[in-house]
Design a binder for this molecule. Structure first.
Ligand code: BGC
Length: 538
């Protein structure tokens, strides 16, 4: 039995990038009141939990992933009181709210960093990784920024130059570099305790846990991740004793490590294994952020039919088997760093992808706007360190009113421009159409709840998944309940034989799929871009 909060296995998450969700005060930027006003909408999708991207005080060099006060909501979004109201309003509806914890680095504007940059030794001198000379050369393992202040030292960034790495210590410190502090150094311990206190602060106010940014990045010189795993295990022990109903979610993308480290869940996304990329993000390899018109690589979910599902299955099944007793893997529709899943795809193709994602073990995550198939908007100037990522962060498209119902501000004041297409999808238009993507998502969420075999804890077995071949067919099972899921993203029709044990099938949901009896044998006939979910009779 997994030792996870009991709400987790029934959850479907919705990721809110708050800048772009709903602006209620007309300043052109989304706010917490906007999230509160849309809770019922989020719940109508079958989503009962939220991951809110960073909303804390920040100079927003990296969309808030450069925090300068961990205990205060940035005024662009509202106040701490508004965040507590969001927790309360969500809880009233039986929903959960998880925050984004940027544990590995702060902004250079953070008072701790400003103090640590001073030449005079003080409480914060060792809270970041500083060398012992301004002239220390960067290496691949220890990239360095030199000349930042009059402190005779260089600091280590964790991501962009303005995101200095907090000092969680070195697992294997180089004896010739005494500035590489061991993981049990008192100043390192102080940083660790502070991070735990920040988590306590928000959980005491009602947060239901955290998605941890770059969770694998904390301890340096840690080739086997032992130091990083030990830190998170300590955090998990705190959760188990003090906040057993709260969750720890990793951005690690290597579930075997993340779940061993005590996370309840890890995203399997575009780094560390090629599993996710092989499904529907090969465009990252080819052209960075999916330039329209450029045909991308060989994702399995590509109508060219050139993908190879075994690239995904190899990694996925290995991590699934290794972690099934510990927690969950999530394959999200997308996130604020990735090209939108809509890029290069039709709504029909998205329906097939979502049928797959909502039928997998673990926890589905829906990135805001993916439920209506919002497009990736190419060519936008960078905003707040987004670069190519901004095309996936444009304002939510609610309806046909001014600024698609996102904001009453003048168009030029919007955080990012809207999708300029006259045919851009909106929630209001899709609400009306029973066959819309939005209603497809709702139906899939309802099925997942009705049939526990399809849910987080059901077993997963590949029935048909061959190198370079379509379709993918797999079995989900919990107790006596068995569901067969068939997925054909390619534009080509495909037919496969089905074993006798799969001959008695009830359709739960399907599009473009037939089960035929030929010479007393059962065949699954799938037209191009099709899917089916069948309940199997015993
Ligand atoms: C976040 C990014 C961010 C980076 C640095 C990530 O993985 O998702 O949006 O730029 O960490 O904090």
């Amino acid at each position: 039995m997994k030792n996870c909060p009991d709400w987790l296995n029934e959850s479907i998450f919705y990721e809110v990038y708050p800048q772009s969700f709903l602006d209620t005060n007309g300043d052109g930027i989304g706010d917490l009141q906007g999230v509160i006003e849309k809770l019922d909408y989020i719940q109508s999708l079958g989503c009962n939990a939220i991951w809110l991207n960073p909303c804390f005080v920040s100079p927003f060099g990296d969309a808030g992933y450069d925090v300068s006060d961990y205990r205060k909501v940035d005024e662009r979004f509202g106040s701490n009181r508004d965040l507590v109201r969001l927790f309360n309003e969500a809880h009233k509806r039986g929903m959960k709210v998880t925050l984004d914890l940027v544990a590995g680095h702060t902004s250079i504007e953070h008072p701790w960093f400003k103090a640590s940059a001073q030449p005079e030794e003080n409480k914060y001198s060792n809270w970041y990784i500083w060398t012992d000379s301004a002239w220390t050369e960067s290496t691949a393992e220890t990239p360095l920024i030199r000349g930042f202040s009059d402190r005779n030292a260089a600091y280590m960034p964790n991501y962009f130059y303005f995101q200095p790495a907090l000092n969680f210590g070195f697992e294997e410190p180089d004896p010739d570099k005494p500035w590489q502090l061991p993981t049990d150094h008192p100043d390192v311990m102080a940083v660790r305790e502070e991070m735990k206190d920040i988590m306590r602060f928000w959980m005491d106010l009602g947060a239901d846990g955290f998605r941890v940014d770059m969770a694998a990045s904390l301890v340096k010189s840690d080739p086997e991740m032992k130091g990083t795993i030990a830190f998170w295990q300590d955090v998990r022990a705190m959760f188990d004793t003090e906040y057993p109903d709260c969750v720890l979610i990793a951005e690690w993308s290597f579930p075997k490590h993340a779940l061993q480290a005590g996370f309840h869940m890890d995203f399997m996304i575009h780094f560390n294994t090629e599993a996710y990329t092989a499904l529907f993000r090969d465009e990252h390899k080819r052209d960075g952020f999916g330039t329209p018109g450029t045909l991308y690589g060989d994702s399995f979910f590509d109508r060219s039919g050139k993908g190879d599902v075994t690239r995904f299955l190899r990694h996925y099944t290995e991590h699934f088997e290794a972690t099934r007793e510990l927690g969950y893997i999530s394959l999200p529709t997308g996130n604020h760093d990735l090209t939108r899943v809509r890029c290069h795809r039709s709504m029909a193709e998205l329906k097939v992808i979502y049928a797959f994602l909502w039928s997998m073990p673990g926890i589905p995550y829906l990135y805001y706007g993916d439920e209506i198939g919002m497009s990736y908007i190419p060519g936008l100037p960078s905003k707040e360190g987004g670069f190519g990522r901004v095309g996936s962060r444009t304002p939510m498209q609610w309806d046909e009113s001014r600024n698609a119902g996102f904001s009453t501000a003048k168009a030029e004041k919007l955080y990012l421009p809207l999708d300029p297409s006259k045919k851009r999808p909106t929630v209001s238009e899709q609400e009306e159409k029973p066959t819309s993507l939005l209603n497809h998502v709702r139906a899939l969420s309802a099925l997942r709840r009705e049939y526990p075999a399809l849910g987080a804890d059901g077993d997963f077995k590949v029935v048909y998944g061959k190198k370079g071949r379509y379709p993918l067919v797999f079995l989900r099972q919990l107790g006596e309940q068995k569901i067969l899921v068939a997925i054909n993203p390619s534009a080509e029709k495909c037919t496969i034989p089905l074993a006798k044990k799969y001959s008695q099938l009830d359709v739960l949901k399907k599009s473009g799929v037939k089960v035929e009896q030929v010479d007393r044998k059962t065949e699954l006939v799938m037209s191009g871009v099709s899917f089916a979910l069948f309940l199997i009779h015993a």
